[in-house]
Design a protein around this ligand. Structure first.
Ligand code: 4AD
Ligand code: MG
Length: 502
């Protein structure tokens, strides 16, 4: 920003002095002789107090009708005010309107999700999306910082690939000069080549999955960071993952407390999220899912949901009874907004009540050998207050490259890291099959074209070593830290199966 302007996050250094802020009108309120303009400038919000007589009369009138999101510069004296946003406000002496805005579509009233997604290009300016954007920035910065400071070399892996990285069903095919190529599902295979050169590497980029699932956890384009290490074992990978996640959280707590508070995130629980995390094998997890403990846990949850439903219904009917004639317009707007909010929560609660017995049944009848489903992950995740590693999945449920446990060939040396409180998987990782012939057999079992994997097999011919790594999804991590129900809030421009809005 130009030096002639002060930013809102630096106001404490200018107490008692005159400064000029440049930004947009977040909201305005007038009480006859005084106007309160809340300005946002990208670094924060500041209340600017305009008193009649302190600015030219014509300007005072103009400001009364200035629309939300008009751009302007405001000059005034900085004064501390405990009640004010951020602790400081501006006693205004001058305002320059740069570009007036009229009829900004996103008003402070509540809007439906679909409306807001259609207006994401503007919704990015809201406090909600701004807070998430700031936290996402910290998460990405922490990811790079941790890996760079721990001896990892950044390797940029290709986005257009011939190889299936994870699963055939979710490939995006691209016509590459007449032949098919795919948008990358993971940089892992190429990283495995680079790790034999550098020892510790990572890639960090956009990742594509044609997931035919419209869940709150799936995007078709998301960002994944993937560290890969040579001469490591599964325990070493778990330790790396828990230190990595703990560092990311510590950075967010250090830099974004205010944003976390605004989003109503569970700061206390994040503060407790330190290594060591819980460790369960897949087999232990299956036992838990089928146990009486889980059945009781879900029954308790159902009761709680039913209570919640009742309370919501009471509150809604009370609000609906408000006599429309006796209240002011702003009160009507507030009630209408509250009703939208409450009805949304009620619908979500109804869905949870409907799903509870289905999920209980799925968990109770879980068969060893299947991959954990979304609802199974949610249950395990809800039953824990810190992240949980689930290790040693059945070979048949997992990707071709995962290394079989030499002590029990039915399982692979892999792990998923589940975030607590129902947020589910944020990391997937494994040791890689490093034996040439076993890997050939796995490629054939998965019906993959061996021709495309010749180069990958070479890595097992020339100095193969035990190696492994993992992938952490940025949006899933941000959704957990910011307590967002849906991952689409955690990327500026989400791409989902059914819709790409902007
Ligand atoms: O478990 P996944 O599929 O693992 C891999 O891709 C490995 N090749 C990584 C590795 O070992 N280098 O994906 C890793 C993470 C998931 O835990 C999740 O956080 C995220 O990527 N992820 C998604 N995020 C949003 N939308 C989707 N459709 C996602 N699919 C995976
Ligand atoms: Mg996974």
């Amino acid at each position: 920003m130009d030096d002639q302007y002060t930013t809102i996050n630096c106001l404490s250094q200018h107490q008692g002095k005159e400064v000029t802020l440049a930004g947009w009108l977040y909201k305005g309120r007038s009480s006859g002789k005084v106007q309160f303009l809340v300005l946002r400038d990208g670094t924060g919000l500041c209340q600017c107090v305009v008193e009649k007589g302190k600015v030219p009369g014509e300007l005072f009138e103009q400001l009364k009708h200035l629309g939300q999101e008009s751009s302007l510069t405001v000059t005034g004296t900085v004064r501390a005010d405990e009640r004010s946003l951020g602790g400081y406000e501006l006693a205004v002496t001058d305002v320059q309107i740069i570009s007036p805005a009229d009829g900004y579509p996103i008003t402070p009233k509540s809007h439906g999700v679909d409306f807001l997604l259609k207006h994401r290009h503007l919704h990015l300016r809201s406090q909600h999306q701004w807070c998430i954007g700031k936290i996402r920035h910290t998460v990405i910065d922490a990811i790079r910082r941790f890996l760079n400071d721990n001896g990892f070399v950044l390797i940029d892996t290709p986005i257009l690939t011939a190889t299936v990285g994870e699963e055939q069903q979710s490939l995006f095919e691209v016509d590459y000069f007449g032949s098919p190529l795919y948008l990358t599902q993971t940089g892992q295979l190429h990283l495995e080549s680079a790790v034999m050169s550098f020892g510790k590497v990572y890639c960090f980029g956009p990742t594509f999955r044609a997931e035919k699932s419209k869940t709150r956890r799936h995007l078709t384009e998301f960002w994944m960071v993937e560290p890969e290490v040579a001469f490591i074992d599964l325990d070493g990978l778990l330790e790396l993952a828990e230190n990595f996640v703990s560092f990311i959280i510590a950075q967010v707590l250090q830099n974004n407390k205010n944003e976390l508070e605004t989003l109503d995130a569970d700061i206390t629980s994040l503060e407790k999220t330190k290594a060591p995390f819980y460790r369960l094998t897949y087999t232990e997890t299956v036992d838990i899912l089928r146990s009486r403990r889980t059945r009781d846990f879900l029954a308790g949850q159902l009761k709680e949901l039913q209570n919640q439903k009742q309370q919501l219904e009471t509150k809604i009917s009370e609000l609906e009874k408000q006599p429309a004639s006796q209240i002011k317009q702003w009160q009507k707007d507030k009630i209408a907004a509250e009703l939208i909010e409450l009805r949304t929560v009620l619908t979500e609660t109804d869905t949870k009540i409907e799903n509870n017995p289905k999920h209980a049944e799925l968990a109770g009848e879980f068969r060893w050998g299947k991959d954990l489903g979304g609802s199974d992950e949610t249950i395990i995740s809800q039953m824990h207050d810190k992240p949980i590693f689930v290790t040693h999945y059945p070979k048949e449920a997992k990707a071709f490259y995962m290394k079989a446990d030499r002590d029990n060939e039915k399982v692979v040396l892999n792990f998923d890291l589940l975030a607590p409180a129902g947020f589910g998987e944020i990391i997937g990782g494994s040791m890689r099959e490093d034996d040439h012939d076993l890997l050939v057999a796995r490629i054939n079992e998965h019906d993959l074209d061996i021709e495309n994997y010749k180069w990958y097999l070479d890595l097992r011919k020339y100095g193969s070593v035990p190696h492994g790594g993992f992938g952490l999804g940025v949006e899933r991590t941000v959704a957990w830290l910011t307590a967002q129900k849906h991952i689409r809030q955690c990327i500026p421009f989400p791409r989902m199966m059914d819709k790409v809005y902007i």
